[in-house]
Write a protein that binds this ligand. Structure first.
Ligand SMILES: [Zn+2]
Length: 205
């Protein structure tokens, strides 16, 4: 006997507020199912178009969110001027070429210049840019720019490590390959500073 909660486990985000166009989106997914050779009227697929529509709205909800605003709303004056590191921020995104997931971890470091922000806000910024159709390189750059433009730190560096389902599921690359991208500004232009961050990334537990 499957418990009710398990039965509906894939609908946990179904109650997120629907954005405009939800019904239209579901209609299109009905057609997509047909075009893929499926029968959208069979029992297992009856609710699928609406589920997919809601899931896709959820996975792209970052379009409606302003990451700069999130950071501006949580700036704290602080004299601390050593490197601040937020590592292992889990993220899930969709590649804009195949609309298939890529996911992994983002690591962010910045050197404050009078202002710091809440650590959870940095994770929130990653989340906002991840919930859009993306390429990993642009997402990395957007996170860096957002922090640079709001906190005005002495430097910021972002490293993103991700697995791309569009490569792994289609067998384009080695199954377990991880793509790493990084971008940096200010003090991180110095190799010594970047190295300090990389050392801290890989040597902490
Ligand atoms: Zn792709």
């Amino acid at each position: 006997m499957v418990k009710e909660t398990e039965l509906h486990s894939c609908e946990t985000h179904a109650d997120i507020q629907a954005r405009e166009g939800l019904d239209e989106l579901a209609k299109h997914y009905y057609q997509v199912l047909q075009l893929l050779g499926e029968d959208p009227t069979r029992e297992g697929l009856l609710k699928t178009p609406m589920r997919v529509a809601k899931a896709m709205q959820y996975l792209t909800q970052g379009y409606e969110m302003d990451a700069h605003e999130v950071l501006r709303g949580a700036l704290f004056k602080e004299d601390y001027s050593q490197m601040v590191i937020v590592k292992d921020i889990d993220f899930f995104s969709l590649c804009e070429h195949h609309m298939l997931p890529f996911y992994g971890k983002a690591h962010v470091a910045y050197i404050p210049n009078g202002y710091i922000t809440g650590l959870s806000k940095i994770a929130r910024v990653v989340d906002i840019y991840a919930h859009r159709l993306q390429v990993q390189e642009r997402m990395t750059l957007q996170i860096k720019e957002c922090i640079q433009q709001t906190l005005h730190p002495l430097g910021v560096m972002v490293v993103v490590e991700a697995r791309h389902m569009c490569m792994q599921m289609r067998g384009v690359e080695k199954q377990n390959s991880i793509t790493t991208t990084s971008d940096f500004s200010g003090a991180f232009n110095q190799a010594k500073t970047r190295q300090e961050f990389m050392n801290l990334l890989h040597h902490q537990s």
